[in-house]
Design a protein around this ligand. Structure first.
Ligand code: AMP
Length: 215
């Protein structure tokens, strides 16, 4: 299955995509994760990405499209893939259509997770991540056993720079302006599956499986 997960920051795309990865055995391609790794590189590109992400803005389409194109050509994507956080603009969606056409493939469904704005701010501001292994937590919804310490590896839990409130507000504004038009783009193509994302993690996952016809 070739899938896209669409929705505002904090809707739970990453969390739900990871659950589906376990079930279907296809890779999750998170452009956010790939870019977070790239921004650590000591290069002009690394620096450029660092500055853009710190402000909650979007990395230029050409850079992200190139990353995704390269990733999709790897053998583990042959059985299918879950794109998480890509596309984020209409030009990215058009470029993806082109890339997939060249590969003789297509998107099967777009899972759109809907969550109201006030709920998003609440969710993101409580998010924490292990600086060592990347495991994700939430101070209210998924607290670690010991405050500030990763259950899995004992690493320190930190807040992502772009999860701070001012940056989150900017990311939501960018989503509304640049990414929300994709809802109509995929609806017109008959691919959109709308999922109400305000429920427990398990319940949202059940809704996604039902929408995709997975038991
Ligand atoms: P995420 O982890 O998906 O919330 O992404 C974190 C940040 O990475 C975003 O705020 C953007 O700065 C950048 N980013 C991730 N995916 C894309 C994309 N498809 N296009 C442009 N920028 C992106």
């Amino acid at each position: 299955m070739n899938l896209i997960f669409l929705g505002p920051p904090g809707a739970g795309k990453g969390t739900q995509a990871k659950k589906l990865v376990q079930l279907l055995g296809i890779p999750q391609i998170s452009t956010g994760d790939i870019l977070r790794a790239k921004k650590e590189e000591d290069s002009p590109l690394g620096r450029q990405i660092r500055e853009i992400m710190a402000e909650g803005k979007l990395v230029p389409d050409e850079i992200v499209v190139e990353i995704v194109k390269e990733r999709l050509s790897q053998p583990d994507c042959e059985k299918g893939f879950i794109l998480d956080g890509f596309p984020r603009t209409i030009p990215q969606a058009e470029a993806l259509d082109e890339v997939l056409k060249e590969m003789g493939r297509k998107i099967d469904a777009v899972v759109y997770i809907e969550v109201p704005e006030e709920e998003l701010i609440k969710r993101i501001s409580g998010r924490r991540v292990c600086e060592k292994c990347g495991e994700e937590y939430h101070v209210i919804f998924k607290p670690p056993k010991v405050e500030g310490v990763c259950d899995k590896c004992g690493g320190r839990l930190i807040q992502r720079e772009d999860d701070k409130e001012e940056v989150v507000r900017k990311r939501i504004e960018v989503y509304n302006n640049s990414t929300a038009p994709l809802i109509e783009y995929y609806e017109e193509r008959g691919l959109l599956k709308r999922i109400d994302g305000v429920a427990s993690m398990e319940e949202v996952f059940a809704r996604i499986k039902k929408a995709l016809g997975i038991n």
